[in-house]
Design a protein around this ligand. Structure first.
Ligand SMILES: Cc1cc2nc3c(=O)[nH]c(=O)nc-3n(C[C@H](O)[C@H](O)[C@H](O)COP(=O)(O)OP(=O)(O)OC[C@H]3O[C@@H](n4cnc5c(N)ncnc54)[C@H](O)[C@@H]3O)c2cc1C
Length: 397
């Protein structure tokens, strides 16, 4: 990408900052993480460093305390972070709930929640999915019943990422039963310390505790914590999903492919280097070509955004679909590259519970990351759902 002298200077500033602040222990812990986001304590540590620098909210406007960066600066930031492997910070607060509060929140909600989101005092999680409502989110059954100046919440949310670290959750609940399921849903901000709210862990096949089930049993929420009008939460919910699907896949894909290449060069199999195997090289080249197509699409998007154009609703679905599927192919190649070391259980070593590992260091996160990444084509709208959207919006079917 051609950068202006100002953007080159910005990139140099970012590189210097990351070189100074991303300590080897943080980098090591981030490299061993298999989850979508870094573990809670590392999240808090890195969040604080970025907050103190004023760089915690690259996509927020300056008037709310964000960096006010343009799209090119944001792309440089994402690329540099991916290249050095910074801890991945949860999107639920700054990237999802923040824009919703900016758009639909009352002045009092903006004043209370946005600064605490920036500082990290509030750690957010997302209460959308329920045991019977995932892709078909409008089928949700959690109820919120008005009682004086409160609502009383009963029901359950599932797959709630980082609910065990979070102290606030945004929740979709039914405030009115209508013939059309999308009607009568409202959007609430809930303090997780409220009586009647419990969090139970769900362990994933990768060995991580990342997701949970959250139960609401007569949880009383101040009516002031309703965002947008009562019964109009579906509009708010859909606005938030535009931010969940997002972009920025290319830098992470580039970093992952570089890792696969290193593994295939370093890890001998039957005395040969895997990178010299023609079949493996062809598979790697195919993933690289697809990643290059994503990078080109993202750059086209950046260019459109920087001239004020609206890229349309298809872009986020297209990038979510292809970005996650190509990342899955890359994690599969990483698994192939470590050969027999794909089998041992590295969980204790990966989570720092023991100081030895049943194989080389570079193999530690590979299988867990492969397993964890299977979920990426399910969460944030499954691949099938994205294909449905593209069929409708792009192909007009
Ligand atoms: C690791 C992980 C983290 C998550 N984190 C959160 C979170 O923090 N907060 C939150 O609210 N939710 C979270 N989710 C939930 C996620 O959004 C849902 O899993 C997702 O929406 C799919 O819903 P479901 O699991 O109920 O599957 P279902 O909707 O039951 O889907 C089952 C299968 O049917 C397919 N399918 C469903 N409908 C259609 C259709 N119309 N056309 C074609 N195929 C279809 C799906 O693609 C899928 O393959 C998370 C999920 C995972 C796996």
């Amino acid at each position: 990408m051609h950068l202006s002298p100002e953007d080159e200077a910005f990139r140099a500033e970012v590189r210097a900052f990351l070189a100074e602040k991303l300590t080897p222990d943080m980098r090591e812990e981030a490299a061993r993480s298999a989850g979508v986001w870094a573990e809670g304590p590392l999240v808090r540590r890195w969040h604080k460093i970025l907050y103190e620098k004023g760089w915690i909210a690259p996509s927020w406007p300056a008037e709310y305390g964000g960096c006010g960066w343009g799209v090119v600066q944001k792309y440089i930031w994402d690329s540099e972070c991916a290249a050095v492997g910074t801890p991945s910070l949860p999107a639920m607060g700054l990237q999802m709930c923040g824009p919703v509060i900016m758009r639909y929140g009352t002045p009092a909600q903006k004043e209370f929640f946005l600064p605490r989101m920036l500082s990290g005092e509030h750690y957010w999680c997302q209460g959308y999915s329920e045991p019977g409502a995932g892709s078909d989110l409008a089928a949700l059954q959690t109820r919120a019943v008005r009682d004086g100046d409160h609502y009383v919440l009963d029901g359950s949310k599932i797959w709630t990422t980082h609910a065990h670290y979070a102290n606030w959750i945004f929740v979709l609940a039914r405030t009115h039963v209508d013939t059309k399921p999308q009607k009568g849903i409202s959007f609430f901000l809930v303090d997780m310390a409220t009586t009647g709210l419990t969090v139970r862990p769900i362990l994933s096949t990768s060995g991580d505790h990342e997701v949970n089930q959250v139960f609401f049993d007569g949880v009383r929420i101040p009516a002031d914590n309703l965002v947008g009008p009562e019964n109009e939460g579906w509009t708010v919910a859909k606005y938030l999903l535009e931010f969940e699907r997002g972009s920025g896949f290319a830098p992470r894909l580039g970093a992952m492919i570089a890792k696969v290449r290193r593994l295939a060069q370093d890890e001998p199999q039957d005395g040969e280097r895997l990178i010299d195997d023609p079949d493996f090289r062809a598979k790697l080249a195919s993933v690289e070509a697809q990643a290059a197509a994503i990078a080109a699409t993202e750059r086209r998007l950046i260019s459109a955004l920087s001239t004020g154009a609206n890229p349309g609703p298809a872009s986020s679905s297209m990038l979510k679909l292809s970005g996650t599927e190509i990342m899955q192919s890359a994690t599969e190649l990483a698994l192939e590259a470590i050969g027999a070391y794909a089998a041992p259980d590295f969980t204790a070593a990966r989570l720092g519970k023991v100081n030895w590992a049943p194989g080389p260091d570079h193999a530690i996160p590979v299988t867990a990351r492969y397993l964890n990444n299977r979920a990426s084509t399910i969460y944030g709208g499954s691949s099938e759902v994205q294909r449905n959207i593209l069929a409708k919006v792009v192909l007009g079917l």
